[in-house]
Design a protein around this ligand. Sequence first.
Ligand SMILES: Cc1cc2nc3c(=O)[nH]c(=O)nc-3n(C[C@H](O)[C@H](O)[C@H](O)COP(=O)(O)OP(=O)(O)OC[C@H]3O[C@@H](n4cnc5c(N)ncnc54)[C@H](O)[C@@H]3O)c2cc1C
Length: 288
Amino acid sequence: MRGLLLADEPMSRHTSLRVGGPADLFAIPEDADDLQGLLRQLKERGIPWLAIGRGNNLLVRDSGIRGAVISLERFNRVEALGQGRIRAGAGAENLAVVRFAQEQGLGGIGFISGIPGTVGGAIRMNAGAYGTGIMERTESLTLLHDGNVREFGRDELEYGYRHLDLAAGDIILEALFRLDQREAEQTEEEIRKDLELRRAKHSVGFPSAGSFFKNPAGQTAWRLIDATGMRGERVGGAQVSQVHSNFLVNTGGATAGDFLELSRVVKKAVLASCGVTLEEEVRIVGEE
Ligand SMILES: Cc1cc2nc3c(=O)[nH]c(=O)nc-3n(C[C@H](O)[C@H](O)[C@H](O)COP(=O)(O)OP(=O)(O)OC[C@H]3O[C@@H](n4cnc5c(N)ncnc54)[C@H](O)[C@@H]3O)c2cc1C
């Protein structure tokens, strides 16, 4: 590889929850050629892989990941294509894309400004806020699908609240956004409001992965959790945040096992008292 290849890399270094055992291999390819070369070798050796962004929505189990984790952080190019279209690499940070669009006099994706992570992670999760998901602004995706680079129009893809269906092994390389003409000052105001709101509501003081559970249809997970009296509940170093009860936080020294057990306890309590089965928004990966 021309990029970086690490062995036995602790995933706690690459996740916002700061937990997770080692990945057998941790690769940071330089570009698409490097990535394709790596995938060919992994395939030949029968080694599974997982593409990640910045790990803001990942809970990696304590036994780590058998296989390779591929970080697309170097795929961070953002370019203007004219007619309100912007192409962003999977590794570009969300706020950097919003800022780039702003410089071009374009807007309409200000809602991702404060969502920590990359375009790849945001697309995979259909990340969003204020009732909008990033797929609504996406015209097409460039995927590495079955070893080939292929462009998929949005209408060829299935997506919904916090999910996009991809085939196993698909890797998002780029996203093409279609945006609106917008004064830079208007976007500035949108960014400012979003970041301010997040500072007020999401400053939980400890590492987290944002909302741990999805909001069930027509309900909010934090209200359901609050109704069970689970705010502040602890398992080891993992705790239901005192500030935002849908944030599970690492108060120090937590293990992935602590988070999994706390999640189980919260889900059981919500089911028992509200009759609702919460579903994790956080992606749980790694060896059981
Ligand atoms: C404080 C805080 C606040 C948050 N607020 C929000 C919010 O308001 N709204 C929201 O939606 N989310 C929120 N999140 C969750 C998180 O920021 C988003 O899910 C974000 O999109 C994850 O991006 P990432 O680059 O870190 O992806 P990762 O966590 O690295 O990956 C997420 C998923 O995408 C997959 N993936 C990543 N890149 C690729 C790729 N190139 N190809 C294929 N698959 C890929 C991974 O395998 C994983 O399944 C918040 C998190 C935190 C810590």
